[in-house]
Design a protein around this ligand. Structure first.
Ligand code: NAP
Length: 639
């Protein structure tokens, strides 16, 4: 993997530099060059990108701004070529303050300084690695459940701290969701500079938004490079985890590759099983009577050849929006059942390769990747939060919840009108009638409209009455014949940690305690379940269109802090105080009711069956970073 921490010296001639600049992403390049040269006159006020709509090319800079920015960048790159290693970069703190002010129009406060100091630390260092080592004489081992993105990360940090661990993985390989979701067109919808570990940045992502195979390779590479694979027991499913109060240990009942069950005893358990892991099949009358193949998008049956077939797809969420355009050209006939249309966000480069010049700049300009990462962070998450925030005096809240949310709605509506302008019949069906960001936004480069307009594709919005042996019958009685049915119907997101049985102190059963409404403190710890740590637990999902890796890095930092606390105090286990947990959850619930996903009554997997937003974090991302920096011992009972 090409890590950005070691920037290469510039030896290219002027023509090659100019050629690379043609591919530059300027809103992040000027900041990186200002930092590298120490010359902040580069950050001219008149060149500040207007920002905020996430996918707008060059952050909305005008052609004149872009031309001026390229000239300035050219001079700065020549300066870097001459000065090489002797250059004097700006003092880091000062650079971060000036750059964030320029990039965000002074909206990002000094709160972001410590986060960015971590991200932009000296080349070759990993400032988030634990700065402590467990005493090898103190017995404390950990079982991580799951070797996906979060499990690999937890393994890396435990290894760095010298804490012995085993990873129990039900699949045959690492990668989690990126191993399981092999549907055609599967790719990440968060740009890779952000959807990647902070300590394993790459300068050579082939595409801005990687396809599943590339991401799976990334997670395999990281697991290999950090020596995590040898800690994984593959094909091993955890059936039950039970805390033994007498010994302060967890006993995990596991079923291995040969089907034999055994008990694994550890002192700590980290659940890294993900939220979007167990497919959700709909309950539609007659589903079992269908005589052709049918499968869920996350369990794609590659043995079924779709060429020339009549296919019915149920669902138009993020998964379906990726596989429908991929299969449409090969099938004979495609009927798409849409219950709720997604809002489309224009991202012209969604499927594009990262151009060679941009890759070259990533390799040669110190911290360019990090400032690009911050640009994405700001423009897809914290900087977008205002557009997802409820103005209580705004009425009615059906289509928008505030002026900023309404502006976003108008922007996205304009895009969809442009895409479907020639097909008013389709526009009427695809234009959402709920506020944007109440559900997951779907990125688009024009492919959704192009697909739905195909002669062999029809969009049905009448609802489904039943499935028959021969196809799917809509609510109006029309039968759509099918050779294959594909369910793009999402995941059992709110059924955290199922189907495992988890038993805590005093015989507490985790799922009985949750009673269909999973909650945790910081999304990580649950009263009565000492030393059980959840990654991607309740209320730790996205902020608008964020990266789950960001959350996982915060969570793992916190978990390592909890383990350190235990070891420092010479205690066996820590249990979250119920009153701390409850007060925290009240704050979360109150805040989620001030977000668009909390007030809108549109269907979404952000809410559980009780109607509570059990998935989403309601504040900005920097707040989660601050709160999970280290545990407060007062929040826990040490056993
Ligand atoms: P999803 O967003 O929950 O979408 C499920 C779809 O199925 C929705 O359109 C839903 O309609 C429909 N549906 C469910 N039950 C139905 C029924 N009984 N009848 C008719 N329609 C039904 O699931 P997903 O698309 O798999 O995505 C889940 C999440 O995974 C995403 O939001 C994203 O966070 C993640 N994901 C990410 C990527 C990526 O990074 N590229 C790709 C895929 C998924 P309603 O909307 O009316 O409920």
């Amino acid at each position: 993997m090409a890590l950005t921490r070691t920037t290469e010296p510039i030896t290219a001639d002027d023509a090659a530099i100019r050629a690379a600049l043609a591919d530059a992403f300027l809103p992040a390049l000027l900041p990186a060059l200002a930092q590298a040269t120490g010359d902040f006159t580069i950050l001219r006020a008149e060149l500040r990108p207007p920002g905020i709509a996430p996918g707008v090319p060059q952050g909305g800079m005008s052609p004149q701004q872009q031309e001026a920015a390229r000239e300035i960048a050219f001079e700065a790159l020549k300066q870097l070529r001459i000065e090489g290693e002797t250059r004097t970069p700006a003092p880091l703190e000062d650079a971060i303050k000036r750059i964030t002010a320029w990039m965000t129009g002074s909206q990002a406060s000094d709160d972001y300084l410590p986060l960015l100091l971590e991200e932009l630390g000296p080349e070759g260092e990993d400032p988030r690695a634990p700065q402590w080592r467990k005493d090898p004489n103190v017995p404390f081992t950990v079982a991580i459940i799951g070797a996906g993105m979060s499990g690999i990360l937890a393994g890396i940090r435990l290894k760095q701290a010298g804490v012995p661990f085993v990873i129990l993985e039900k699949n045959h390989d690492v990668g989690g969701t990126w191993l399981e979701n092999t549907y055609p067109g599967a790719r990440v919808d968060v740009s890779n500079a952000f959807y990647s570990y902070s300590f394993a940045q790459k300068t050579d992502w082939p595409k801005h938004y990687s396809t599943q195979d590339v991401l799976l390779d990334y997670f395999r590479d990281v697991a290999g490079e950090y020596g995590i694979r040898e800690h994984v027991r593959f094909n091993t499913e955890v059936l039950e985890a039970a805390f033994d109060e007498a010994s302060g240990s967890w006993r995990l009942q596991v079923r291995g590759a040969n089907g034999a069950e055994e008990t694994v005893e550890v002192q700590g358990v980290i659940s890294a099983v993900g939220q979007l892991n167990r497919p959700k099949m709909p309950e539609i009358k007659g589903m079992e009577t269908f005589r052709g193949p049918s499968f869920h998008s996350a369990r794609w049956d590659h043995s079924v050849d779709l060429k020339g077939k009549r296919v019915v797809v149920i669902g138009t969420g993020a998964s379906a929006a990726q596989f429908i355009p991929s299969i449409a050209p090969e099938v004979a006939d495609l009927t798409v059942f849409q219950r709720t249309p997604p809002w489309l966000v224009p991202v012209p480069q969604y499927h594009d390769e990262v151009p060679g010049g941009l890759q070259w700049l990533f390799r040669h300009v110190p911290h360019y990747v990090h400032w690009y990462r911050f640009w994405l962070f700001w423009n897809t998450t914290d900087g977008m939060l205002a557009a997802a925030t409820v103005d209580e005096s705004w009425e009615p809240k059906t289509l928008a919840v505030s002026e900023a949310n309404d502006q976003l709605r108008m922007l996205l509506t304009g895009y969809m009108q442009m895409q479907f302008g020639d097909r008013p019949d389709l526009l009427e069906k695809v234009l959402p009638k709920y506020p944007p960001a109440a559900k997951r936004l779907v990125l688009d480069n024009g492919i959704w409209a192009a697909t739905l307009k195909r002669d062999n594709v029809r969009l049905v919005t009448d609802g489904i009455r039943e499935v028959t042996a021969a196809g799917v019958v809509a609510a109006d009685g029309t039968e759509y014949p099918a050779d294959v049915i594909i369910y793009g119907t999402g995941f059992q997101a709110s059924k955290f940690l199922t189907p495992m049985r988890v038993k805590g102190r005093g015989g507490a059963d985790l799922h009985a305690q949750w009673n269909g409404d999973a909650r945790a403190y910081m999304g990580i710890t649950v009263p009565n379940f000492p030393n059980l740590f959840l990654l991607y637990g309740p209320n730790t999902n996205i902020v608008v269109n964020g990266s789950i890796i960001y959350f996982s890095e915060c969570e793992v930092q916190y978990v390592l802090g909890c383990i350190k606390l235990l070891l420092d105090e010479g205690k066996r286990a820590l249990d979250c105080k119920p009153e701390v947990h409850d007060a925290y959850n009240e704050r979360i619930d109150r805040a989620n009711l001030l977000r668009v996903w909390g007030v809108s009554d549109v269907n979404s997997w952000y809410k559980n069956d009780k109607g509570r937003v059990a998935q989403n974090w309601p504040f900005n991302l920097i707040e989660y970073w601050k709160q999970t920096k280290e545990p407060d011992p007062a929040d826990y009972v040490l056993l």
